[in-house]
Design a protein around this ligand. Structure first.
Ligand SMILES: [Zn+2]
Length: 415
């Protein structure tokens, strides 16, 4: 199973937006760009919503049939480890092997020595075609990379082999993710991580490093865009070089994670990918949920009342909702409207504050991030929420398709 040149992780927490998402991808096909859809939903999202991977599979299969999508599609066991992979093996054909927590975990001393010895052939000035600067490689660098990453890559090997005890190696796409690490990986680190991956025998098709800057939920990139550009271009050069040198799968590509909307990065990434002839896996994740809220609120009447009630409940449970997302949101609570204020706002005002249109006067990154993490409240509302999802169908689908195509696919893949 070989993942396509372009693919997109499209989360759909409540499993109802597959058709609207495929419409966006179909528009890309009509415009000459094929992007493989990868439905991702993590163990945490499943537990909060009370679903399992089999539910996602059913929803996806129904959407694929309804939208007459005839191209490949994938189901992602998103951010799994040894403990959680068992839930996903029956339903998934894409595995995001998450070893960010294992960074810094010591590998056996003999393994470290063997790794450092084998990497000694790169000692000196290492020039990688397309990279902005050479890497100066010496033993301390190799030892520090081994100390940080060798244990993590070995864990990825254990997870990979555990998946292959259930599935044939050609029945799934393996990805390794490090994006939930505390610190970004440098392009030099990425090079030696890929060397370790090859030694571990993992036929990796995508790798998700942590990039420089802040990728906060649902909002634009926060950071130095030129620094991101330099690292992203260097990472593309590293991946291309590593494939030939280490015998990794020819389609190995970068995977850009995070629930950030990354709008200011898309034009830069598009140019860099084009110039390098590189593919990419892009995750857009939970923003479909925000389009659902926008669609329900836009419908006005009972829909907007539901959203106002949900907001009030969510604000009352602020700390609890924020806790799992503490490192990936930055909300100024004083800038969130009180429930009483929100009751004064007309639906259009709320929608304008929530929708990711940075040119809109009332757009609020605080409100947007807060609603992003409030999906637990909707999940708990059960049938009342599902009824809303059904009764506001056309408002929601219009927003889901527009958001995915016009705000993500077009700037990154089409231009
Ligand atoms: Zn991730």
């Amino acid at each position: 199973m070989t993942l396509e040149h372009y693919s997109m992780g499209i989360g759909d927490r409540f499993g109802m937006e597959g058709v609207a998402q495929l419409r966006a991808l179909q528009r890309a096909v009509d415009g000459g760009v094929t992007i493989a859809p990868v439905w991702n939903k993590s163990f945490r999202e499943h537990s909060i919503i009370g679903t399992g991977p089999q539910d996602t599979l059913r929803a996806v299969q129904a959407a694929v049939a309804a939208a007459s999508w005839t191209r490949p599609y994938y189901l992602d066991a998103d951010h799994i480890g040894l403990k959680t992979l068992g839930h996903f093996v029956q339903a998934c054909n894409f595995f995001t092997i998450d070893v960010a927590d294992m960074i810094g975990r010591e590998a056996p001393a003999g393994d470290v020595s063997a790794y450092v010895t084998s990497m000694a052939r790169f000692a000196g000035t290492l020039r990688i075609p397309g990279m902005s600067a050479p890497i100066v490689v010496d033993e301390p660098l190799l030892r520090s990379i081994a100390a940080k990453y060798l244990g993590a890559v070995q864990e990825a090997g254990r997870i990979y082999r555990s998946i292959t005890s259930h599935l044939q190696p050609d029945a799934f796409v393996p990805e390794m993710s490090l994006d939930e690490a505390d610190a970004p990986q440098t392009p030099a680190e990425l090079f030696f991580i890929l060397a370790a991956v090859a030694r571990e025998g993992i036929p990796l098709q995508t790798i998700a490093p942590k990039f420089t800057g802040d990728f906060l939920k649902g909002i634009d990139y926060v950071g130095e865009v030129p620094l991101f550009e330099r690292d992203f271009r260097d990472d593309l050069a590293v991946v291309k070089h590593a494939v030939g040198l280490f015998g990794l799968p020819a389609n190995l590509k970068l995977s850009v994670h995070t629930g950030s909307d990354k709008f200011s990065l898309y034009p830069i990434m598009r140019r860099a990918l084009h110039e390098a002839g590189a593919g990419v896996h892009l995750k857009t994740a939970g923003t479909t949920w925000l389009e659902e809220v926008i669609g329900i609120a836009s419908a006005g009447g009972e829909g907007y009342r539901f959203v106002q009630d949900m907001y009030q409940d969510a604000l009352g449970r602020y700390d609890e909702l924020l806790k799992p997302y503490a490192t990936v949101v930055r909300i100024d609570r004083s800038r969130l409207p009180s429930p009483a204020e929100l009751h004064q706002w007309p639906a259009e005002q709320f929608v304008e504050a929530l929708r990711h249109d940075q040119s809109a006067r009332r757009y609020s990154t605080d409100l947007r991030q807060f609603i992003h993490v409030s999906f637990r409240i909707a999940a708990e509302a059960g049938d009342r929420f599902r009824d809303m999802l059904r009764s506001c169908r056309s408002d929601i689908e219009q927003n889901v398709t527009y958001n995915l195509y016009d705000r993500h696919i077009k700037p990154l893949f089409i231009g």
